[in-house]
Design a protein around this ligand. Structure first.
Ligand SMILES: *[C@@H]1O[C@H](CO)[C@@H](O)[C@H](O)[C@H]1NC(C)=O
Length: 323
């Protein structure tokens, strides 16, 4: 879907910006549109997992939007809006549910509201087809096709999105966004440019990715793959043969299967575990055979402009700047 025509870098910039704004919003200092009631309901939302509907945070949904809080978001078309998208995001250990309410759109006239289990940007998807448990067609749930049959759609990871197209002014719908705890997170997009994370795959034959959509320094601090309880080890070729390994990937899109490998970590060790990666997207991906409990811990922080400049000039791990 050609929802956004801008370059990927611009889109990421937009997202980053939104995230920072949201972080500001969530402290409710900057945003002057907030009523006292909203404020109250928001703090309640922060304290309680189950929020009664009347206390939910509410605001209008914009044609291009980014939402990181639970609440009710109502879109009302003031004119035809043919390519809109709302990105939803939760904590790494949460999934998102999207409920449709009060839908007044013209399905026959070509309107649609489609929830996607993941994010799509510039035709690229997260999680990649390889790493998602569901086939692609099941990841799209269209309101007009499923109608009242599926009023609630639940994501498989901490990100989801909704595409919509509305032809008639005055048409509207409301989305209720909730977050649920996910005891076994697999694929994740980091909400912030710094933090730390431990990825665990408990004896499952699957692959998980942790994606950081910022240029970062990443430090892999702990690592255990099955029976090899080693400190991080970088391999010679042959990591892939071991069946259980960790990949560090980088690139400028969100599809992890299209990113370039920076390094593989499995048994033998030849390099540093702290790396500066000047890519728009840095991913830690764990491939798991299902025979072992695999675990990797890492921390990351945003590179500043000067560090980025140095990477650019050094011309070393700079393949991200070449596209
Ligand atoms: C995990 O990834 C590896 C290598 O990228 C692939 O060969 C394997 O089929 C994937 N496993 C699953 C369960 O998707």
């Amino acid at each position: 879907m050609r929802v956004m025509e801008r370059t990927f870098r611009e889109q990421l910039f937009f997202l980053v910006l939104c995230l920072f704004v949201l972080k500001g919003d969530s402290r409710y200092i900057e945003n002057n549109d907030i009523l006292k009631d909203d404020l109250y309901s928001f703090f309640n939302a922060e304290l309680k997992r189950e929020i009664p509907e009347e206390l939910m945070y509410r605001r209008p949904l914009r044609c291009l939007d980014m939402i990181a809080v639970e609440g009710q978001f109502t879109f009302t078309a003031e004119r035809p809006q043919l390519s809109c998208a709302a990105f939803f995001m939760a904590e790494p250990n949460e999934v998102i549910t999207v409920d449709y309410d009060n839908v007044d759109i013209d399905c026959r006239g070509g309107d649609f509201i489609t929830v996607f289990d993941g994010w799509v940007m510039k035709g690229e998807k997260f999680p990649s087809t390889q790493d998602h448990p569901l086939p692609m067609y099941e990841r799209y749930v269209d309101y007009c096709d499923s109608g009242s049959l599926r009023r609630t759609v639940r994501s498989s990871q901490n990100v989801a999105m909704v595409f919509f197209r509305i032809h008639n002014a005055g048409s509207s719908f409301t989305l209720t966004i909730r977050k649920l705890i996910n005891p076994f997170p697999c694929n994740v997009i980091s909400q912030s440019p710094e933090g730390s994370y431990t990825m665990v795959i408990p004896q499952q034959h699957r692959n998980c990715s942790f994606s950081i959509i910022y240029p970062v320094e990443i430090d892999i601090s702990e690592f255990s793959l099955g029976h090899y309880n080693n400190f991080p080890k970088r391999s010679m070729p042959g990591c892939a043969e071991s069946g259980d390994f960790v990949q560090l990937l980088g690139g400028n899109g969100i599809d992890t299967s299209k990113l370039l490998p920076i390094t593989d970590l499995c048994i033998s060790f030849t390099g540093p575990t702290q790396m500066k990666i000047g890519c728009d997207n840095t991913v830690v991906r764990m491939v798991s055979s299902g025979k072992f409990v695999n675990r990797v811990s890492f921390s990351y922080r945003l590179l500043d402009a000067q560090e980025l400049q140095t990477i650019k000039l050094n011309n070393v791990e700079d393949f991200c700047f070449n596209n």
